[in-house]
Design a protein around this ligand. Structure first.
Ligand code: ADE
Length: 240
């Protein structure tokens, strides 16, 4: 998979592409990430990429020319161009799974007041990371690219993301590591007894409990199995 990230602040991505799981995925050739400086594409002799908004208003607006030329240069037949904007669809685990299957993603990060509206005509998808406004699209792009790259085959063990929170519209069950007891708090016995059937049942029940308590809205989208219906019913009645 190839990912291009168009930005006016390439240095913001240094740690992102060099460290941890993303850094390793790049080194192992599982994913290619190119940080593209939008300023390299301006034809303005002062390297300007933005201008004041028509009709007045605060701040500067990213102009069409550098963005159109940059995307034209990067795009091929099967590229998907994604704009980072608080006006976009809120990103989700489902969307991350879908994007992890693509060959080439181009992320466009805005800064300042936003984009000239005509830029939207060359964008395939607009994504937001939540209902709040950041100073630019760089952090949203990192968040979204991270959520995608970890799902690319070979980046992390499949088992590690099979039970992720939000996969299947459920939050993950509680997890523990050594020691068995810490400051009087103990690991549930069922996780220590090696009975895999019991452990799976525990995980299913605790995942349901957590989702019901913290994000009941997700349960409306999750298709409950007969087992899960029975467990949830008992959780709600306080019998489990
Ligand atoms: N740019 C500024 N705020 C943003 C947000 N919440 N999501 C995506 N891009 C943004």
């Amino acid at each position: 998979m190839k990912i291009d990230i168009i930005t006016l602040f390439p240095l913001m991505f240094e740690g992102f592409v060099n460290e941890s799981i993303i850094g390793r995925a790049i080194k192992e050739g599982l994913v290619e990430i190119n940080i593209v400086n939008l300023r390299d594409y301006t034809t303005n002799k002062h390297l300007k990429v933005d201008d004041t908004p028509y009709g007045g208003g605060a701040g500067m607006v990213l102009a069409c020319q550098p963005v159109f030329d940059c995307i034209k240069a990067l795009k091929s037949e099967n590229s998907l161009v994604i704009m980072m904007t608080p006006q976009g669809e809120v990103h989700s685990q489902q969307r991350a799974h879908e994007l992890a299957l693509k060959n080439h993603l181009i992320f466009l990060c805005g800064h300042y007041e936003g984009f000239d509206e005509r830029i939207r005509s060359i964008v395939d998808l607009e994504l937001s990371i939540g209902d709040y406004v950041l100073t630019g699209g760089e952090i949203p792009a990192m968040a979204i690219v991270d959520s995608i790259v970890r799902l690319v085959d070979g980046v992390i063990e499949k088992e590690s993301h099979e039970y992720d929170s939000h996969s299947n519209w459920m939050l993950e069950h509680p997890i523990y590591t050594k020691p068995r007891e810490y400051e009087g708090m103990v690991v549930p016995d069922v996780l220590l007894n090696g009975n895999h059937k019991e452990i799976l049942k525990y995980k299913k029940i605790e995942s349901l409990r957590r989702t019901y308590q913290r994000r009941p809205d997700l349960l409306e989208k999750h298709e409950l199995s007969d087992d899960e219906k029975e467990y949830l019913d008992k959780i709600i009645k306080g019998e489990l």
